[in-house]
Design a protein around this ligand. Structure first.
Ligand SMILES: [Zn+2]
Length: 322
């Protein structure tokens, strides 16, 4: 078994370069930890919330925000919040000695409608979950271990019971040929999330119809939706396409082109045979093309990425850029 020190090194750490905005006053958590938060802008429309557990660095953050100088934050740990169900068959507890104290950890199998993966919970967190119940588990850290990314609870993880999130085995597989398909793309303002009715593909700029901010046309998010009709064993199924399934298809088969949805329609109608996984609401969860069409197709690992919210926490360094 890896020693605690080794284990710690496997925590995925990152660095972020950007401009700091509005550091908060220092706050105290329920667990008596002092921290503050801030926003770092890493791109034109890319913002991340960072939580800093070194209150003594607050002044440096404030100065960098005021001076509008770009900074590099190092040792940033990305945390995830998942909404998942605990599956039966968790392995037994293991014990790891950390700082001279034996600590218990247990790996649980978790799932949502999109697939399943594992999460490792430590100590008192283990008793906070029950098999077959669903939970929102926040601030999980991601660790790389033997080429695999695993989720692990942190000191800041909270666990709240939620309504049943479902299981992947609710999915039905439909094999057949596509008789009709429609994929539409709508543009959405990243600032106020309003769907744009008058957006023109050819224009360089576009004024948001709700917040009235003039923005570069390319900065609007693309949201896909659609309908797919599949003929299988003499029966036609009319299915719903979501933004996530269309985006996945575009990146797997058409290089992720933002305007690739017209090509996607062509490709689907021309394909001899498709394998579609559908949930109980007739919503398509995945599309697989028949063998010869699937050149370069990489099936993605079953994960519970559907509703992952990414946040960054814990900062060890703040460096002005030269
Ligand atoms: Zn807007």
């Amino acid at each position: 078994m890896a020693s605690p020190a080794k284990r710690r090194r496997t925590v995925e750490e990152d660095s972020l370069v950007g401009y700091l905005h509005s550091p908060s006053p220092t706050k105290t958590s329920k667990k008596n930890t002092r921290y503050f938060d801030a926003t770092i802008q890493t791109g034109r429309e890319e913002y991340h919330r960072v939580v800093v557990f070194s209150p003594q660095k607050r002044q440096a953050y404030e100065q960098a925000a005021l001076a509008k100088t770009p900074v590099k934050l190092t040792h940033v740990r990305k945390t995830l919040t998942v909404r998942v169900k605990i599956l039966p068959g968790g392995v037994v507890s293991r014990f790891v000695v950390v700082g001279g104290v034996s600590r218990e950890l247990r790996e649980f199998r978790i799932c949502d409608r999109s697939g399943q993966t594992n999460v490792t919970l430590w100590e008192e967190k283990i008793a906070m979950v029950n098999v077959s119940k669903s939970y929102e588990i926040s601030k999980l850290s991601t660790r790389r271990f033997k080429e695999q990314t695993t989720l692990t609870s942190t000191f800041y993880t909270s666990i709240t019971e939620i309504q049943d999130v479902g299981e992947p085995r609710d999915l039905v597989e439909i094999c057949g040929c596509v008789t009709a398909v429609k994929v539409s793309a709508r543009r959405q303002c990243r600032r106020c999330h309003a769907v744009q009715k008058e957006y023109k593909e050819r224009c360089v700029t576009h004024c948001c119809e709700r917040c009235e901010m003039l923005q570069r046309a390319s900065s609007y998010a693309v949201m896909y939706s659609g309908t797919l009709a599949v003929l299988s064993n003499g029966e036609e199924h009319t299915l719903m396409l979501t933004n996530s399934v269309v985006s996945t298809f575009l990146s797997e088969h058409l290089g992720g082109a933002a305007s690739g949805h017209a090509e996607m329609q062509e490709k689907l109608v021309r394909t001899e045979n498709v394998e579609v996984q559908v949930d109980s609401d007739q919503v398509v969860m995945s599309i697989k093309l028949s063998e010869e069409e699937a050149q370069g197709f990489v099936s993605s690992q079953a994960g519970t990425s559907a509703d992952l919210l990414a946040e960054f926490e814990r900062l060890a360094g703040l460096h002005p850029l030269d």
